[in-house]
Design a protein around this ligand. Structure first.
Ligand code: GLN
Length: 191
């Protein structure tokens, strides 16, 4: 089988960390900034960063509709943190903020408040053996899960931090900053 190509949406956020993670997994990796680059990928990662900025820049760069359409057409996609926000419905959007869709969930941004805005935790994730060491950085929480959405990870207190629906995976945390590769492998396995 030919090499799989995985894109990382490279408008804003921790693009480099995702590229480094994917490079360990034997796929071709490209940074995606244009519709023509998007058309070359077999799967797409939407990184963490700032969802309001990713939303704005994707419109400015003419990427909003192509990405929304590609996801609707079944392109495998992984959204981490701000990337999860870009896949869900946003409970508390900033003015003009839009998301691509892909996951029938409602997401609350910055759900951990100021005092606990960054922390790490060991989680179990459906499809992965053993625990996943996860970094949460001004992370969102999934507040509502629609029919057909599988919950793949929860915090110890029950709050939902990982979901999957069809070919879309969304997680609240950052696996790419803790050396974790198995979440990206789940995406590659969806191709
Ligand atoms: N709080 C950010 C947002 O609303 C997400 C933070 C992150 O991606 N680490 O987009």
């Amino acid at each position: 089988m030919s090499t799989k190509t995985v894109g990382v949406l490279a408008l804003q956020g921790d693009v480099r960390e995702h590229v480094q993670t994917l490079n360990k997994l034997g796929v071709e990796v490209i940074e995606v900034k244009t519709p023509s680059e998007l058309s070359k990928v077999d799967a797409l990662v939407i990184p963490g960063g700032e969802s309001t900025t990713i939303s704005k820049l994707s419109e400015i760069f003419g990427m909003f509709d192509p990405i929304r359409q590609a996801i609707a057409n079944g392109l495998p996609v992984l959204g981490t943190c701000a990337g999860l926000i870009m896949l869900g419905d946003i409970a508390d959007p900033a003015s003009g903020q839009k998301s691509f869709g892909g996951l029938d969930v409602t997401v609350v941004r910055n759900a951990f408040g100021n005092q606990n805005d960054s922390f790490e935790a060991d989680l179990s994730v459906t499809g992965i053996q053993g625990s996943v060491h996860a970094a949460f950085i001004r992370a969102p929480i999934v507040q509502r899960v629609g029919e057909g959405v599988e919950i793949i990870s929860k915090l110890a207190d029950g709050r939902i931090v990982g979901v999957k629906q069809g070919k879309a995976i969304g997680i609240s945390f950052h696996p790419e900053v803790t050396g974790e590769t198995r979440i990206h492998q789940l995406l590659i396995d969806l191709i």
